[in-house]
Ligand binder design. Structure first.
Ligand code: ASP
Length: 448
């Protein structure tokens, strides 16, 4: 059995939904389907989720959101009419969004999540209604009825372990189950959403729960590419990658597949295939546990901005037992996650996402490190980028660092940091953020 997830552009219009339904019905193994909210129809269009966020803001700030509600209902009504569905489904959708707008506003985060979830929820109702209208056996399933429980972190929830057992029975239904992505329920029964783009995560949770043979993720590109196609023209497609390679690439900026979505399928060893709704016969990119025919050392190059480094040094640091623990404890107490921590004999650099620090926390952390750890020197460097080359084949290839740093030095790019994790599946270069694109191009030319 396959679990298939369709992203926003695949649900953006009636013609896209027809493509989705023909993909679903062309393979009897596609029995559990996760859908996103309608996405953009063109470059300048607005996603329904973003319309719902504006709607929630209007509800919270002005107490009403009449025009915002109308715009959203019109989007669904256009799709429903073009699919030849009756007005009943439009009424169900309009009533649903209206109820959410008029719900209790005492907790603004809860109110926002309840509205954000309406995009996927109504998209699923629409697709199920269309499949039934063309004579297929299909049903819409609400995540609460199915037992998809999430932590009560609004806008950033994580799956709770009991969900997997609860969701297992979804596979008992012989017809096609249409399940909304992006949200679930807290144990207190409130709607909570996953991070943005989280329908990928829902699909992965369901695939793991029903022990699917394959998790298919339908989007609007034929493949994942070895570098950002907006930066490199016609980059080499990636046909196969390991979970680890995809995780590293997603971390450093590849946005085709949500970085948290690999966890549930990875734990159960379920392969993932990324495919194009607009070109379903293309082979796509398959993500597997292990690759056997590794011919090239590097599969992809990615880079992201928004990092900062806290550099600190102390003479004889290597002799001081507990130094690392005390340092990390300061970060833990300040609730700041760290990304990497390369070290020398008497110095350490902690790499953080800049968005996790504000002026006050930065001052406090620097002060605490100075006084509690008595360091000789501390400085914070901002506006940095991390550029990564990723590939399982790097492990057994001599000279990768030389080639990469050679390519960067020919571009006159100064390296603030180089780090290769013990797994040797990636190598990270810390550089100034304005040099990121040039660095990616230089590395791409070197390795591809
Ligand atoms: N609709 C949600 C978003 O725009 C979730 C998703 O599409 O995966 O973030």
């Amino acid at each position: 059995m396959k679990v298939a997830k369709f992203g926003g552009t695949s649900l953006a219009s009636a013609s896209q939904i027809k493509k989705v339904c023909s993909i679903i019905t062309s393979d009897p193994e596609r029995r559990i389907v996760v859908v996103s909210a309608p996405g953009k129809r063109s470059k300048d269009d607005v996603k329904v989720t973003d319309m719902l966020i504006s709607c929630a803001k209007a509800g919270l700030e002005k107490g009403s959101a009449e025009s915002e509600l109308q715009a959203i209902v019109t989007r669904y009504a256009e799709i429903a009419n073009e699919l030849g569905l009756s007005d009943d489904i439009v009424k169900i959708i309009a009533d649903d969004i209206n109820t959410r707008i008029n719900s209790d506003k005492a907790n603004s985060e809860r109110y926002m999540d309840n509205l954000k979830a309406a995009g996927e929820d109504n998209s699923a109702k629409l697709v199920a209604a269309y499949l039934c209208s063309i004579g297929k056996e299909a049903r819409y399933v609400n995540p609460k009825d199915a037992g998809l429980y999430l932590s009560d972190e609004y806008g950033n929830a994580q799956v709770l372990p009991q969900s997997y057992d609860n969701l297992m029975s979804l596979s008992d239904y012989a017809g096609i189950t249409i399940f909304p992505g992006f949200f679930g329920y807290s144990t207190a029964g409130e709607v909570v959403t996953l991070p943005r783009g989280g329908s990928d995560i829902t699909g992965s949770i369901l695939a793991a729960a029903v022990k699917a043979d394959l998790y298919e993720n339908f989007t609007d590109v034929d493949n994942v590419y070895s570098a950002n196609p907006n930066l490199i023209s016609s980059p080499k497609p990636i046909y196969e990658a390991t979970y680890r390679e995809m995780r590293e690439l997603a971390y450093a900026g590849f946005s085709v597949f949500h970085e948290e979505a690999l966890v549930p399928v990875f734990k159960r060893g379920i392969p993932v295939r990324i495919k194009n709704t607009n070109n379903p016969s293309a082979p796509g990119t398959t993500i597997v546990k292990e690759r056997h025919n590794i011919t090239e050392p590097v599969v992809g190059i990615a880079g992201d901005v928004g990092f900062c480094f806290i550099y600190l040094s102390k003479y004889l640091m290597n002799r001081e037992i507990g130094f690392g623990r005390k340092l990390l404890q300061i970060l833990e107490e300040e609730h700041i996650p760290f990304e990497h921590m390369p070290s020398g004999i008497d110095n350490i650099t902690i790499i953080l996402k800049q968005s996790h620090l504000d002026e006050h926390s930065e001052k406090r952390i620097v002060e605490r490190i100075k006084t509690e750890l008595e360091v000789d020197d501390i400085s914070v460097q901002k506006n940095l980028a991390l550029v990564m080359i990723v590939g399982e084949g790097m492990r057994n290839t001599v000279g990768i660092t030389a080639r990469a740093s050679g390519a960067l030095s020919r571009e006159n790019i100064n390296l603030d940091m180089i780090s290769q994790g013990p797994s040797e599946v990636s190598m990270i270069f810390g550089i100034k953020d304005y040099e990121r694109d040039r660095a990616i191009k230089a590395l791409y030319n070197e390795f591809f």
